[in-house]
Design a protein around this ligand. Structure first.
Ligand code: NAD
Ligand code: WQD
Length: 338
């Protein structure tokens, strides 16, 4: 199958491209390189043996996007990763987030409609659930008011897709990722955070390698067993594999509804201190950290009910927390050499 991967030189997109190629699919990437590097194409080729086709342009550019779809109307499925994703930045600059994340989506859906391209997989997020009342959280849990413009773009995007699916013949699938971490086992691709990382895992690895002085653990007074907040961390390669299954399900017309939503998590929650313990155990390194106040906007705990994805997609996350933290460390070590 010929699959368009938007944001394919980014963190999750690059891992997904490799898994699509490993499964025999042809990938064409569109990315404006606003948060990734052109060298990732060579890295993908090093792993899979195939350099994906690539076009560099901004998906908020309606003319360029329209032209792209006219030239590529044989695409069978689209996996749409391209978006801005920094929660704090979205609070400071909401219009930048609404413009980038929503205009690009509308342009793509229009291109699909005009060229009869049917299958659309969307990168959503567990952020849509906020702090759920019941854990583990299922896909039927109520969507809560978004805590940030970034989170709001995910909620609005799901609605835009849902409304479009109702009238257009387009089929949509929203994959709600929990907390993707780790890197490909080759350490040839991984996450490339620009500037100071917001997320826990890159902050840990950058601290241990000496780029940052100390990790601040945000709060140890949560109502959790060790007082630190709990998340469902999931290996990025497990996430990538789910996308291959998702797009194949769509193209092979196995969907039960025209718009489906799936949680992509492991079903296990780990506290910040447990992630640190795993990291220190598997790497033999010591992390310099201190407990500070809670971070504004953080929830106490969330982990996924994965039954629906397990049963319907026949997909299950395979990699445990130790494999996640070790691969993240190996990637940080590899980055030092670049
Ligand atoms: P990333 O920043 O590494 O990748 C996104 C890619 O999209 C980048 O290469 C960037 O250059 C590109 N891009 C952004 N805007 C674009 C535009 N207008 N036109 C063309 N290219 C554009 O991010 P990621 O971690 O790989 O995330 C991928 C998707 O998954 C995003 O939609 C993100 O919101 C979502 N998501 C990520 C996480 C996470 O923790 N990483 C969790 C849940 C959901
Ligand atoms: C994890 C835990 C922090 C950094 C974010 C987005 C979410 C989704 C995934 C895209 C929390 C703690 C972190 C640090 C810390 N992204 N922490 N010190 O906040 O769960 O989710 O990324 O959709 O939308 O909000 O991930 O990695 O930032 O934090 O103690 O320096 O680590 O408080 O408990 P989060 P995270």
């Amino acid at each position: 199958m010929k699959i368009l991967v938007t944001g394919g030189t980014g963190y999750i997109g690059s891992h997904t491209t490799v898994e699509l190629q490993n499964s025999g699919h042809e990938v064409i990437i569109v990315d404006n390189l606003s948060n990734s590097n052109i060298n990732v194409l060579d890295s993908i080729e090093k792993i899979s043996g195939i350099k994906p086709e690539f076009e560099q342009f901004d998906l908020i550019d309606t003319e360029k996007t329209t032209d792209f779809f006219k030239r590529n109307n044989d695409i069978q499925g689209i996996i749409h990763f391209a978006a801005f994703k920094a929660v704090g930045e979205s609070v400071d600059n909401p219009l930048m987030y609404y413009r980038n994340n929503l205009f690009s989506l509308v342009n793509i859906l229009q291109g699909m409609k005009d060229n009869n391209i049917e299958n659309f997989v969307f990168s959503s997020s567990c952020t849509v659930y906020g702090q759920p009342e019941e854990l583990p959280v299922t896909e039927n849990a109520p969507i809560q008011k978004a805590a940030s413009p970034y989170g709001n773009t995910k909620q609005i995007s799901e609605e835009i897709i849902f409304d479009t699916v109702k009238v257009s013949g387009i089929k949509g699938m929203a994959l709600r990722y929990f907390n993707p971490i780790g890197a490909h086992k080759s350490a040839i691709i991984g996450e490339l955070p620009l500037g100071i990382p917001n997320n826990l895992m890159p902050f840990i690895t950058q601290t241990v390698i000496g780029i940052r002085e100390q990790l601040r653990v945000f709060g140890d007074d949560y109502s959790t067993p060790d007082g630190t907040a709990i998340r469902d961390y999931i290996h990025v390669v497990d996430i990538a594999k789910a996308h291959v299954i998702a797009v194949e399900r769509m193209v092979n017309k196995k969907m039960k509804k025209d718009f489906e939503m799936f949680n992509l998590g492991t079903g296990n929650g780990y506290s910040v201190l447990e992630v640190i313990k795993s990291f220190e155990k598997v790497t033999g390194e010591k992390l310099n950290y201190k407990i500070v106040d809670r971070r504004a906007g953080d929830i106490t705990q969330v982990w996924a009910d994965t039954k629906f994805a397990n049963d319907e997609l026949g997909w299950k996350a395979e990699k445990d927390i130790d494999e996640m933290t070790l691969s993240a460390w190996n990637w940080e070590l590899a980055l030092k050499e670049i």
